[in-house]
Design a protein around this ligand. Structure first.
Ligand SMILES: [Zn+2]
Length: 419
């Protein structure tokens, strides 16, 4: 059975101009054709379900390259819950992403390997949920953050321990490895500018990860740590707050295709919070670094460093389902509206190394798509507006929609969610 979506405006995620009066044809979960209606013919095929979505906007399902499924945006972020409850929380948060049109998430710090169990259950079709690219635990030196986030961290000091920590994540099924190269903003005693891992440890981690064909995401704020990470050959730089301090490092990232994942929303959510439960130290640290993080993104963008969207949802007041507001904050920091959108589609897939089959609506790629009532290119905040979002397809099947829909039954996944 084929599905043909017609009379739409197509924004395909590559950065090309939108195509009006477009068609998306889907066969066996993959894109068979996208483009102008004039280039499409049904041919001899008889078994076709048509979806006439006149006036609607169709985009690829969004990809968030930095989430924490184990956090739900608790104000103090020092949460401890029993294991069974945590597994359900991870599943619930994963579903909140899918129901908001985030069809793929990259989790950069899970909880006691429970996210792997959740992913298996979703892959078996027992529950609706997004595609999950998982790092397992956040590999860190001995530091206070490991006491805060007990199930999220894997403490490793010295080259041998670092190698062992990588092997553990690979054993559990990690798609990539996450390392904390500098201190953190969201740890009370953390000093974001301070380097944590030494050069030999960073190099050993990247070498060990690459040996298993795994990419590396480096959490780094301070410029010395950023420099160590990019010189060791990490694939994505998370946060990158003080990147602006060294244009040579920015140039190196552009030349080597190392992605910046700026995570601006997390800071804005705390700074703009009306919630008095946000600890004072957390407020002060975010106010001190937010302008610098935005400047670093602007400089990297202007220097042609590839940029991928990561919202860091799960952190305080940064709720699953609101991820797409990150795209708006990236535009506010200086990216063009279309480039900000591509950072959550085509470029995000490249940051994951999954671009051969994911991220844009092009022939042969998986048919993950979202349908909006309003044009997100008029206001990127629309991407997070659930009144505009009509339905979500994953693998060519409807995985989330509103109650009272009039969509054909045969297009639904076995399990689907309410928007
Ligand atoms: Zn994070």
């Amino acid at each position: 059975m084929d599905t043909v979506i017609k009379n739409i405006t197509l924004i395909d995620g590559t950065g090309h101009e939108p195509i009006e009066n477009a068609v998306v044809a889907i066969r066996e979960g993959k894109v068979l054709y996208t483009g102008s209606a004039s280039g499409w013919s049904d041919g001899a095929e008889e078994n076709i379900t048509y979806l006439d979505l006149r006036g609607k906007f169709v985009l690829p399902g969004l990809i968030d390259c930095h989430v924490h499924l184990s956090g739900s945006g608790e104000a103090d972020s020092q949460f401890q819950v029993p294991t069974g409850q945590m597994a359900l929380k991870i599943l619930k948060n994963a579903q909140r992403n899918l129901a908001a049109g985030i069809t793929t998430v990259r989790d950069l710090g899970g909880w006691s390997e429970l996210e792997f169990d959740v992913r298996r259950a979703i892959q078996r079709g027992e529950f609706a949920g997004p595609r999950m690219c998982l790092a397992g635990r956040f590999i860190s030196i001995t530091e206070a953050g490991a006491d805060y986030y007990i199930g999220m961290y894997r403490v490793a000091d010295g080259v041998d321990e670092v190698r062992k920590a990588v092997r553990e994540q690979v054993k559990h099924g990690a798609d990539l490895i996450k390392m904390g190269v500098t201190g953190a903003v969201l740890v009370e005693s953390g000093v974001p500018g301070t380097t944590h891992f030494n050069k030999d440890e960073v190099h050993a981690l990247v070498e060990e990860a690459n040996k298993f064909g795994k990419r590396v995401a480096a959490h780094a704020h301070g410029i010395d740590g950023i420099r160590k990470a990019v010189q060791a050959g990490v694939n994505t730089l998370e946060h990158g707050t003080y990147l602006f301090q060294d244009p040579h490092v920015i140039l190196h990232m552009a030349q080597h295709g190392i992605f910046l994942v700026p995570t601006l929303k997390v800071g804005w959510d705390i700074i703009l919070a009306k919630d008095s439960k946000i600890p004072l130290w957390m407020m002060a640290k975010n106010k001190a670094t937010q302008g610098e993080a935005a400047l670093s993104l602007k400089m990297a963008y202007e220097a042609d460093v590839p940029i991928a969207m990561g919202s860091d949802v799960g952190t305080p007041l940064n709720f699953h389902g609101e991820n797409a507001l990150e795209v708006y904050w990236m535009e506010q920091a200086g990216m063009s509206r279309m480039d900000a959108l591509v950072s959550a589609t085509g470029n995000a897939a490249r940051a994951l190394g999954w671009e051969a089959w994911l991220g844009t609506l092009e022939e042969g790629k998986v048919a993950d798509l979202i349908v909006h009532d309003k044009n997100p290119l008029e206001d990127l905040r629309m991407l997070a507006d659930k009144t505009s979002l009509q339905f979500v397809m994953k693998d060519g099947l409807i995985s989330a929609c509103h109650a009272g829909h009039q969509l054909p039954k045969e297009l639904f996944a076995k399990n689907y969610l309410s928007i």
